[in-house]
Design a protein around this ligand. Structure first.
Ligand code: F6P
Length: 751
């Protein structure tokens, strides 16, 4: 329709121009042809006169003028010449044939003959009037008047007009036709060309964008991708992500395929209490916080290291136990490790090697050959467990974290059709930093067994891609963020992890939480309470935040006695010397600060270095005025998101390290550089004195962000991408089967 309108816009002026041309050209042509014919008739007349002149003069000289009449009659029998008259020089009619009209005398004939178009219209038709002297140059000589029939000229001129009009119409039609065809072809070609360019088709396709357009095409493509992403994100935000939506995604896009999660840390640890009863505990782990609600929604199997003292007591003969206790939503399959294996794989390679390597928190990574061997062997053990648990050839396997860099390729070797989603929960360093790992190539190759490789931020994805570029022979498509290694494609994408947003309002009101916490910690009611909740890890910036608290009390002594900082530090990896000495140092620094600023019962720093259950942490968050997260480097950090989720009263201030992935999502927090002690101390002061209205404004916005970007969205986005990959894989397999069948048919025909 659009093309037709475009063509009409072109054709209408063309037709108008041609009609105008015809209107001007046809009369002009008429005049021209008449003038040409008049000239011809004059020449012809002169010829006739020259032929007759001698005979006429002789007849007159001989006195035999009567003979002239018959001579004239004979001559006028000509097809064109219809009448002849002889006039004297003084306009006397001397002789005339019958065809000379009565109205035409000699004077009139001479007058008409002077016209450019010497034409006389008679009842019988138009005639040409020619007057020729019998003796040229003699003014007294007689004149011969010749009347030629003009009807043939009219006929010819009509014919010419007809031909001319037919020619103009024909020309018009031809031009119009050519125009339409050219317009159609070039429009279609252009549109198809543009479509091809925008689809990102390669150079070998027939419709090539000219080289000068290629940068422009890439720009347009990139912009379109951005817009598409924005649109997709916009759409995603319209509807909330929750367990139901995740379940329905699993059933629609993944057709209810089996989901298997693999992580080192198990979601529930069974231990015996002092009474000897078995109790289930949830470990302090961001990974567990995020993945557990997803598994409750998806069911399936979670494979993890059984590290609890009573873990073996509760599993069945195949090392399985249904969890969560009482709800039995999914299966936990436990893998057993000897202390030596745990030492090499978990403490050694994962936590003395990869952990400091990726966090770049100024602790040297340690790489031992024996740790690497253990790491490889345990990865293989988990891969075998995945294969044993898989009910189909193509399960969806969610591999979690840096403990399993080799696992994706090992699973792929045994289950080539599996969809493997690997999520790296910690940062990915730049290629130079990663390059110090002696097994860098093996690690990258192992990870590239994944279908999708997820990081928290785009920045970590970029670092990973650059690392592969530096150390492996792989094809990288930056535009699509994919890496093809040994014919296998991996999508490298950012999926910011999150928490489960509380479905119902918190049971205990904030004032009650505050009352309980203050009572437990013996705090005066006027205390400004700041809290930090972390694993007792050197990457969390606990030392830096203690320094900031100390600096605050130095700079603002009016807060001594009124400002208390409570640090919950969940014991972790204490078997490692690095951790033990760090933890001791923190204890010492806390004691020093308390000694310096403590008064009677008042202690500015409370270090609670033991395991806290989720409800206790939640109560603390609700009681606090400030939450301090000062990680030196963190993939995401979920503590800050949990604090935000706990504050349904829209009060409390979040102080957040700019080196935590979460800082990109939560700009309404007070963002600090934890290495800058003055800045962090000032942020603590600002938080302590922030008016309630500003707190509410910031907290409301933070809550909106965390609620919308909850953990179901994190899992949903990954699983939706996995669904797309599986669909693409199925289509490719079908095409391959079809091609193989056609090849076979062809071979048998040739045979
Ligand atoms: O930060 C990445 C992460 O896997 C967290 O999810 C988890 O809290 C921690 O590392 C691992 O802790 P652990 O060694 O105690 O399992």
């Amino acid at each position: 329709m659009k093309t037709l309108r475009l063509q009409l816009r072109f054709l209408v002026p063309l037709i108008a121009t041609l009609v105008c041309a015809a209107l001007v050209a046809v009369p002009l042509m008429d005049q021209l042809t008449l003038r040409w014919f008049a000239r011809d008739l004059n020449i012809r007349g002169q010829l006739v006169t020259n032929t007759l002149a001698e005979s006429i003069i002789d007849a007159q000289n001989d006195g035999k003028s009567w003979r002239l009449q018959s001579m004239f009659e004979r001559a006028a029998r000509d097809e064109r010449l219809i009448a002849i008259a002889l006039c004297s020089a003084d306009n006397m009619m001397l002789r005339q044939t019958a065809g000379v009209p009565k109205s035409l005398d000699c004077a009139r004939a001479r007058e008409i003959a002077e016209y450019t178009n010497p034409r006389l219209d008679l009842a019988s038709g138009a005639v040409h009037v020619g007057v020729h002297s019998l003796e040229q140059g003699n003014p007294k000589a007689d004149l011969l008047v010749l009347l030629h029939d003009l009807s043939f000229i009219d006929k010819r001129s009509q014919d010419t007009r007809r031909y001319l009009i037919a020619f103009i119409v024909g020309l018009g039609l031809t031009i119009a036709l050519i125009t339409v065809i050219v317009a159609q072809l070039s429009w279609r070609g252009w549109v198809r060309g543009m479509q091809g360019i925008l689809r990102g088709e390669g150079l070998l396709l027939p419709l090539l964008p000219p080289p000068e357009l290629q940068p422009f095409a890439s720009e347009v493509r990139a912009r379109l991708r951005d817009l598409e992403d924005e649109y997709r994100r916009g759409l995603e935000l319209v509807s909330e992500w929750n367990p139901e939506r995740l379940r329905s995604l699993l059933h629609t896009q993944l057709r209810g395929d089996q989901v298997i999660v693999v992580s080192n840390r198990e979601p529930y640890i069974h231990e015996r209490n002092v009474e000897g009863e078995v109790i289930a505990k949830q470990p302090a782990s961001g990974l567990v916080t995020a993945v557990e609600p997803v598994m409750r929604a998806c069911s399936g199997t979670w494979i993890a290291h059984g590290s609890g003292s009573a873990d073996r007591d509760v599993v069945d003969s195949r090392d399985r136990v249904a969890v969560p206790p009482g709800a039995n939503d999914y299966t936990l399959r436990r893998i057993w490790l000897t202390p030596e294996e745990e030492q090499g794989y978990y403490y050694g390679f994962a936590n003395e090697g990869l952990w400091p390597l990726c966090h770049v928190a100024h602790v040297r990574p340690v790489f031992r050959e024996s740790d690497w061997e253990a790491y490889r062997a345990i990865n293989q053990r988990f891969a075998d467990a995945v294969v044993a648990e898989a009910r189909t050839e193509d399960p969806v396997v969610l591999v979690q974290d840096y403990h399993f860099a080799l696992l994706p390729a090992m699973i792929r070797a045994k289950l080539p059709r599996a969809t493997i989603l690997t999520f790296w929960h910690i940062p990915w360093p730049n290629p130079e930093s990663f390059g110090i790992c002696p097994w860098r190539r093996e690690i990258l190759q192992g990870m590239l067994g994944s279908t999708i490789l997820g990081f928290h931020t785009r920045f970590h994805c970029k670092n990973f891609i650059e690392t592969v570029d530096r150390y492996l022979e792989a094809r990288i498509e930056h535009e699509h963020s994919t890496i093809t290694f040994q014919d296998k494609e991996t999508l490298v994408e950012s999926y910011p992890i999150s928490i489960e947003w509380p479905e119902s309002p918190m049971a205990t009101p904030v004032p009650e939480c505050r009352r309980r916490v203050f009572e437990k910690l013996h705090l005066s009611p006027l205390t400004c309470l700041a809290v930090g909740v972390d694993r007792f890890d050197y990457t969390k910036g606990i030392l830096e935040r203690l320094n900031a608290v100390e600096r605050l009390l130095e700079k603002r002594p009016e807060w001594i006695g009124r400002f208390v900082f409570v640090q919950v530090a969940a014991p972790t990896r204490s078997a490692l010397e690095e951790y033990r000495s760090f933890q001791q140092r923190i204890h010492m620094v806390a004691a020093r600060i308390n000694e310096r600023f403590g008064r009677g019962e008042y202690e500015p720093v409370r270090l609670l270095a033991h395991h806290h259950e989720h409800d206790e942490v939640n109560e603390l968050f609700r009681a606090a005025d400030i939450c301090v997260v000062t990680s030196l480097h963190d993939g995401m950090n979920l503590v800050c998101k949990e604090f935000v989720a706990a504050r349904d009263d829209e009060r409390g201030v979040l102080v957040l390290s700019r080196f935590a992935g979460a800082a990109r999502e939560l700009p309404e927090a007070l963002i600090v550089n934890p290495y800058h002690v003055e800045e962090t101390a000032d942020a603590l002061y600002r938080a302590a004195t922030m008016p309630a209205a500003e707190q509410r404004e910031r907290m409301a916005s933070l809550r909106m962000t965390v609620k919308e970007n909850n953990v179901f969205r994190w899992a949903g986005r990954m699983l939706a991408d996995a669904g797309r990959f599986r669909l693409r894989g199925r289509i490719a397999a079908r095409v391959q089967r079809h091609t193989a069948t056609s090849d076979e048919d062809e071979t048998s025909v040739h045979a």
